[in-house]
Ligand binder design. Structure first.
Ligand code: SF4
Length: 341
């Protein structure tokens, strides 16, 4: 698949006070893209489209270049202390994506050009916690790799963390456009993770993202560039013949990675879950989806802010976990399984 190119670009006027803002403007002008102005990256009201669905689709190919004002980073992930806000939104069309609800009516893609402010804030957090290590997650609100060939903000962040003493960076992607990141000075402080899944899940629920083969060849390049490498298997989904499907996944993974030395490989395992609001949004945006979201077949798990999630019942979740752990132990006996949730 081709690297992402927006159809429409908005700029906040203040973004042009920053070198990256000006560079992007020049780039998009040369490409003859339609460019508009917006007072705030939080308020794009005139997206093209006659109805909600068209607007949603157009939003996914709209890029907004703005300034990040709120620099209080989120801490909502099990795998990092802070989210580092480089971008919001994603060009992918994964049916199950949680951004559909967290971004609500603003599914367009935002990139923030005031990187130095963001780095200053990150430094403060590292200072507060030292000598403890502080981990930053760069893919909480977007798939940052899918966008980075245009902005190189992730690359700069990798190099910024590479020079820090107490910082670590991690992110996950379903895109294979990694070439510009291979020569970044990462100093082993960035964990590069790829999201992988069974053939069934990728085929049915992940349109608009790179193929499994492309993700895997990107993972090979990343491992050769000596980045710490990881895989997130998410969402682990109970489909027909799921046991064979997931076995095949690990078989292909180990085949593709054969011959590479990967000293510290990690896996993170996340079972499929949904919320009631997410179910409603998904039904509207992807009405033909095969994604099973039957509350009766799930276990309700109370969540923060009063919105609970539907996960698999304990017995099924245990079977999923045991099976996947077995496959990992069989195909990657030296890998670390960080968590199953
Ligand atoms: S690639 Fe990730 S962030 Fe993008 S739509 Fe898919 S799940 Fe969401």
């Amino acid at each position: 698949m081709e690297p992402f190119m927006p159809q429409l670009v908005y700029f906040e006027p203040r973004a042009l006070e920053y070198p990256l803002g000006r560079e992007l403007k020049e780039k998009f002008e040369k490409l003859n893209l339609e460019i508009r102005e917006t007072t705030s990256h939080n308020q794009i009201r005139d997206l093209p489209g006659d109805n909600e669905n068209q607007k949603y689709r157009n939003a996914k190919s709209t890029l907004v270049v703005g300034i990040r004002k709120t620099l209080k980073f989120d801490t909502s992930k099990p795998s990092a202390e802070y989210a580092i806000p480089l971008a919001t939104g994603c060009m992918g069309h994964c049916h199950y994506c949680y951004l559909q609800t967290t971004l609500g009516s603003k599914p367009y893609i935002r990139t923030y050009v005031n990187l130095d402010d963001i780095f200053d804030q990150a430094l403060k957090y590292m200072d507060e916690r030292k000598p403890e290590i502080t981990r930053f997650e760069a893919a909480c609100t977007s798939d940052i790799v899918g966008l980075d060939h245009l902005t190189h903000s992730l690359k700069k962040t990798i190099e910024f963390i590479g020079q820090s003493e107490f910082g670590r960076l991690r992110f996950v992607t379903k895109f294979h456009h990694v070439d510009h990141l291979l020569n970044a000075n990462h100093n082993g402080k960035t964990r590069f993770r790829f999201s992988v899944n069974s053939r069934y899940v990728i085929k049915n629920f992940e349109p608009g993202t790179s193929s499994f083969e492309d993700r895997l060849s990107a993972a090979r390049k990343v491992a050769k560039a000596k980045y710490p490498l990881g895989f997130i298997v998410a969402p682990i989904y109970l489909h027909e013949d799921w046991k064979e499907g997931y076995r095949e996944l690990f078989e292909r993974l180990s085949g593709e990675l054969a011959g590479l030395e990967i000293p510290d490989l990690t896996f993170e395992l996340i079972q499929h879950r949904f919320t009631k609001p997410a179910k409603n949004v998904i039904a509207k945006r992807y009405p033909k989806t095969k994604l099973e979201m039957d509350e009766e077949k799930r276990k309700y798990k109370w969540g923060r802010y009063g919105i609970g999630k539907y996960v698999y019942p304990t017995e099924e979740a245990n079977e999923l976990e045991t099976t996947i752990r077995q496959y990992i132990n069989e195909y990657f006996p030296n890998a670390v399984i960080e968590y199953f949730t």
